[in-house]
Design a binder for this molecule. Structure first.
Ligand code: AMP
Ligand code: MN
Ligand code: MN
Ligand code: MN
Length: 275
């Protein structure tokens, strides 16, 4: 059995439409799918309607940008009601921060000789949503960089040009928005944050106090050891297990939608709480 509870469409930084994401999940023989665009719930209705044509259970989701102390983290909301006001207002604020940041990234890139970055990155997005990935795609198209990972090594991170700090909503607020919308709050890709294991454990236990419900224990890149560590951290904090590919559909992306089998989750699976 396959499930995928972390995917992106062009309502954030993915390339496919919500309908196409659903079709990919059907081809991959997924039984559960969630669309979790960055700070965006715009694609949920289309995906949810289209999934009714197939034997696929669709779960409304979102991947919210949040802050914990000075660390940016991603909190996935699963089983949310996209009509709920508090969540909608919160996401609107995060998107305003995205646009402000995009303009600052553009000003910064101008300083190193890259002109009209905001306009060019916006033109790449099929919707009004803008992410660092759109800038990354632009830098690749302009032949300034050769691939995604080289972009994030040279630009928009650390002390590199285009690195802009964003005061995303607090983790406490984000968890509350998700709960208010009837969803469960999951820490996305815990092993991808650049922190020591001790710091990560501290982060997870602090988030648990704020109401975190689960963590992603596997994605399509997880090695056996990664899954073991993530499960250990989840167990120490009595958190549920979730998983997803983080599929974006970019060219050369090697992770397949539906790439994580459900057996990784077992009885602690978030699916049991979403049914
Ligand atoms: P944003 O939410 O606008 O800050 O953009 C973050 C997105 O950029 C992530 O969700 C990834 O899709 C992408 N990203 C960030 N860092 C990297 C990286 N090192 N390699 C590839 N993609 C990255
Ligand atoms: Mn992304
Ligand atoms: Mn993420
Ligand atoms: Mn993601």
């Amino acid at each position: 059995m396959k499930i995928d509870l972390h995917t992106h469409s062009y309502y954030s930084d993915g390339v496919l439409s919500p309908k196409e994401i659903v079709e990919k999940a059907v081809i991959a023989k997924c039984i559960f799918l969630s669309l979790t665009d960055h700070d965006s719930i715009k694609g949920l209705f289309e995906a949810s309607e289209h999934s009714k044509c197939f034997n696929l259970e669709f779960i409304n989701g979102v991947e919210v940008s949040a802050k914990f102390n000075s660390q940016s983290i991603h909190i996935v909301g699963l089983g949310i009601n996209p009509e709920e006001r508090t969540l909608k207002e919160g996401l609107k604020k995060n998107n305003k921060l995205r646009i402000d940041r995009a303009k600052k990234i553009s000003e910064d890139l101008f300083e190193v000789g890259i002109e009209k970055a905001y306009e060019k990155a916006s033109a790449i997005s099929k919707t009004k949503y803008i992410t660092r990935t759109h800038f990354a795609q632009m830098l690749i198209q302009e032949k300034i960089c050769t691939n995604m990972s080289s972009v994030f090594k040279r630009y928009m991170t650390g002390k590199k040009p285009g690195s802009v700090k964003v005061e995303w909503a607090s983790s406490e607020d984000v968890i509350n928005w998700i709960h208010k919308a009837g969803g469960i709050a999951i820490l996305a890709h815990p092993l991808r944050y650049k922190m020591t294991l001790t710091k990560l454990k501290k982060l997870v236990s602090s988030l648990k106090i704020l109401g975190l419900d689960g963590i992603e224990i596997a994605n399509s890149f997880s090695r056996f050891e990664d899954i073991k560590i993530a499960k250990l951290i989840a167990d120490e904090n009595e958190l549920l297990y979730s998983s997803g590919s983080d599929y974006h559909g970019w060219p050369n992306q090697t992770n397949a939608l539906g790439g994580v089998p459900e057996y990784h989750l077992g009885r602690k699976s978030v699916i049991n709480y979403l049914r």
